[in-house]
Design a protein around this ligand. Structure first.
Ligand code: SAH
Ligand code: SF4
Ligand code: F3S
Length: 461
């Protein structure tokens, strides 16, 4: 890079806003690292920036609309020399159509093309107003040593990108391309580097982590990768998301049983409790097969929390189908649930179904399920009262005078500590692990007292 170009970039300020899932959040960390490496400086508001990036999500229609309303909002600024770039899933889905819908956009790039970001930036610098990176046929993953992580204690690690499933409602296979696994060596190297840098929790990411297949001769499967990262010195917690039930095998539970660093939490999206709906969704498992996997998890000697995703109002979902979902929620007793109203997405096979559910009915089902799940969560969380759980301390809430921690089950546990003065810069628990005696429970969180060893033994007796 010429010195002149580098000097001009050092003055270039960029702003990035991220929508969507953890994969996108982590992609943005990599994009930021790459941009900083290229000599750009990150700023906190679009007003201060020369370059504005939106890393977009297309999972539901509302998510897609958000980016266009953002672009509309700042349209006038394009005339003042600001450059707009659209990244992520909407970029991949809409491609060059984005230039028609928002002519002030200069760069459109999907996540499978981020390895080419430095070249695309050179083109932008050269004044090119229509730069695209839309190839999905790349076999590479976006591995970069220049990741700028947002959290100093907990780090994401991508292990697999893309998705080879074809769930009838889902855009992801069209926006993120085919599955590509990283080598186990590369994942382990990143995890070790993170541990050395002081990160104690890692979260292994992929649209479907269970179909991880090490492309190197070592040939590790996902449970071997879990066991490998869980054994690294300094890594106290390993989480993973998302698991597809079809590929969820029992040796994942065996790995959790065998390795204390693997967290007590499995997110296993079921989508529906009705076999008829599961089949039309092309989810590739039946309700019974799903329940078998839940039994493996519940039979573990560890106390593993189970969470899920549900779509209500999928085309053709009858009242009886929906009741099956309510019954499944009762049967599994989920620790938490994300509930979504079905949203039509471009290119997906569910578009061919005609019997769409009216919006008001979707809303009704969402509320009924939410209410049912709330009762389940109150019951589940109440069962923790009297127990002592280890938390990773994430923050401090001045308003309530309480620390905020997270248990291995991924539950928020707010706690007080009467032995500590109010926090200051040199007296902080953030990033540390602490044992907390749970004394109260609500539907969405637990509360307790930081426990002394005596208190902990009391709670056990
Ligand atoms: N790979 C993950 C899902 C990622 S998308 C998996 O297979 O479990 C996250 C969640 O968004 C999905 O689990 C699903 O519940 C929801 N979702 C995906 N497409 C949707 C759509 N068209 N309408 C409503 N919700 C959707
Ligand atoms: Fe979408 Fe299904 Fe792939 Fe998950 S497994 S990303 S829901 S296509
Ligand atoms: Fe959204 Fe793309 Fe993630 S569609 S949920 S950002 S994979």
């Amino acid at each position: 890079m010429s010195e002149l170009l580098e000097a001009s970039r050092a003055m270039k300020k960029f702003y990035i806003e991220t929508f969507g899932c953890q994969m996108n959040a982590h992609d943005s960390e990599k994009v930021v690292g790459t941009l900083v490496r290229q000599g750009y400086t990150q700023v906190d508001s679009p007003e201060q920036a020369d370059l504005i990036f939106y890393n977009t999500c297309s999972i539901r229609d509302k998510a897609e609309q958000k980016v266009f309303s953002r672009l509309q909002q700042f349209k006038r600024d394009a005339g003042k020399g600001k450059v707009f770039a659209v990244l992520g899933c909407v970029a991949q889905q809409e491609g060059e159509r984005i230039f028609e819908r928002a002519p002030h956009v200069s760069l459109v790039a999907g996540s499978a093309s981020y390895t080419k970001l430095p070249e695309m930036l050179v083109q932008l610098e050269a004044g090119n107003r229509r730069v695209t990176g839309l190839s999905l046929d790349t076999t590479e993953t976006f591995d970069t040593p220049f990741t700028r992580r947002d959290n100093p204690h907990r780090a994401y690690i991508t292990i697999i990108e893309g998705c080879d499933k074809s769930c009838a409602y889902c855009v992801v296979p069209f926006t993120r391309g085919p599955e590509r696994s990283r080598t186990s060596e590369s994942v382990m190297r990143e995890a070790r580097t993170l541990a050395e840098a002081g990160y104690s929790e890692v979260q292994l990411l992929g649209q479907n982590v269970n179909s991880y297949r090490d492309p190197s001769p070592a040939g590790w499967d996902f449970s071997q990768l879990l066991a490998g990262t869980g054994k690294i010195d300094g890594i106290r917690r390993v989480r993973f998301t998302t698991s597809h039930p079809r590929d969820f095998v029992k040796n994942i539970v065996d790995a959790i049983d065998a390795c204390p660093a693997l967290c007590n939490h499995v997110h296993l999206p079921v989508q529906s409790g009705s076999d008829a709906v599961l089949s039309r969704m092309q989810r590739l498992y039946s309700r019974d097969q799903y329940i078998r996997r839940i039994e493996w998890i519940k039979n573990s000697k560890r106390d593993i929390a189970i969470t899920t995703d549900i779509i209500v109002g999928f085309p053709g979902e009858s009242e009886a189908d929906f009741n099956q979902t309510l019954r499944l929620a009762e049967e599994v007793e989920y620790d938490s649930m994300f509930i979504f109203k079905y949203s039509k997405r471009p290119n997906t096979s569910a578009l061919q179904y005609e019997d769409h559910i009216p919006e008001e009915e979707k809303t009704r089902r969402l509320m009924v399920l939410q209410e049912r799940q709330r009762t389940i969560q109150i019951r589940r969380n109440a069962s923790y009262i009297g127990r002592t759980e280890e938390v990773l301390v994430e923050g401090y809430n001045l308003a309530t005078d309480q620390w905020i921690g997270r248990t291995s089950q991924n539950k928020t546990l707010n706690f007080s500590d009467s032995t500590l003065p109010a926090p200051s810069n040199d007296n902080t628990l953030v990033g540390q692990y602490s044992d907390v005696l749970i004394t109260r429970a609500g539907p969405n969180s637990l509360a307790g007292e930081r426990s002394s060893p005596e208190a902990a033994s009391l709670a056990v007796s």
